[in-house]
Design a protein around this ligand. Structure first.
Ligand code: GDP
Length: 196
């Protein structure tokens, strides 16, 4: 699949306003600042597709990007944003949970975590929600370039160990939007999900 073909399709404030639930979709999620926009921009080789500096308002939309008529990438709202009031956070958690549980064309979830702060509370929540509906998850330990090769590997092993209870459903890999580490692994997984 050519991820360079990704084009902005539409924003949806809630599940009701999403594009028709047909074809195949892969969703990207992560706490604010985890490196989600940078990962999507690197994948699509498009610096402008996701803005890397965001306002809370913008992050509260589900953004759809089309790859072809029946294949989409979905940018889910960043969560854990300190400035967002608790009611808004609650509402967005409900939207995310509903999206994961009810979106039939959703094939997999890519969950971004800063390699220096992996498996925070919200990451665990997302993994739980995905596991509850048998949704495969690929975790990207982002900004791997910030650690030495040895440190990055150690973190990867630790994270994989913590994820063992989920079996093959939840997998983890290293990623760097800066130098492209892990990009081919990610593409391979996306190809499988979107072509199935
Ligand atoms: P988002 O809030 O999850 O969309 O995060 P961004 O993509 O905006 O990234 C947050 C910050 O981390 C920005 O300052 C990025 O430049 C930086 N960043 C993102 N990915 C990488 C990476 O792979 N390596 C390094 N060194 N910095 C990164």
């Amino acid at each position: 699949i050519s991820y360079r073909r990704a084009r902005f399709l539409q924003s949806a404030p809630s599940l009701r306003e999403c594009p028709d639930d047909i074809g195949a979709e892969v969703a990207f999620a992560g706490r604010s600042n985890a490196g989600k926009s940078s990962a999507i921009n690197r994948l699509t080789e498009n610096k402008k597709l996701c803005r890397t500096s965001k306002t809370p308002g913008r992050t509260q939309l589900i953004n759809f990007f089309s790859l072809s008529e029946n294949q989409r990438l979905v940018d889910l709202p960043g969560y854990g944003f300190a400035k967002v009031p608790p009611e808004v956070k609650k509402k967005w958690e409900r939207h995310l949970e509903q999206y994961l549980a009810e979106r039939r064309c959703l094939r997999g979830l890519v969950l971004m975590m800063d390699i220096r702060h992996p498996l925070q509370k919200f990451d665990e929540t997302m993994i739980q929600w995905a596991a509850q509906c048998d949704m495969p998850v690929r975790i990207l330990l982002t900004k791997a370039d910030k650690l030495s090769t040895g440190q990055a590997k150690n973190t990867l092993f630790k994270v994989r160990k913590d994820l063992q209870p989920f079996g093959a459903l939840v997998q983890a890999q290293l990623f760097s939007a800066l130098n492209g580490q892990g990009l081919d692994d990610l593409k391979e997984q996306l190809d499988v999900w979107l072509d199935a």
